[in-house]
Design a protein. Structure first.
Length: 109
């Protein structure tokens, strides 16, 4: 099915409109990407903290027992969130850059 060919100016106008759409920041999408990157860094740091605590014994004065074993994973998750909320390690920044690049490529294609 061959349609009526569009003039070259229509192609240029469509290309410019698409470029403007890509260049225009989508704040809703950017906020989601920022949140996802931050959550990823928090999860990563929590896992690293979990590994770190595997080699640490119980505190004889205040630690130990089933309560500590049960809640240690929650503690390490919160440590990870706190580390990511601060200056972090830069993982969230790099993840955000990568996700924005992927989003731009999808919008172009």
């Amino acid at each position: 099915m061959s349609g009526i060919p569009l003039p070259a100016s229509a192609d240029i106008a469509m290309h410019q409109a698409r470029q403007a759409q890509v260049a225009q920041p989508n704040t809703k999408s950017d906020a989601k990407i920022e949140k996802s990157a931050q959550e990823f860094e928090a999860m990563f740091m929590g896992e690293m903290t979990t590994i770190m605590f595997e080699g640490v014994g119980d505190d004889p004065m205040f630690g130990g027992g089933n309560g500590e074993k049960m809640f240690r994973s929650l503690l390490t998750q919160e440590y990870g969130k706190a580390m990511a909320a601060g200056t972090g390690t830069g993982i969230a920044t790099e993840m955000k850059k990568m996700m924005l690049q992927i989003q731009e490529q999808q919008q172009k294609g």
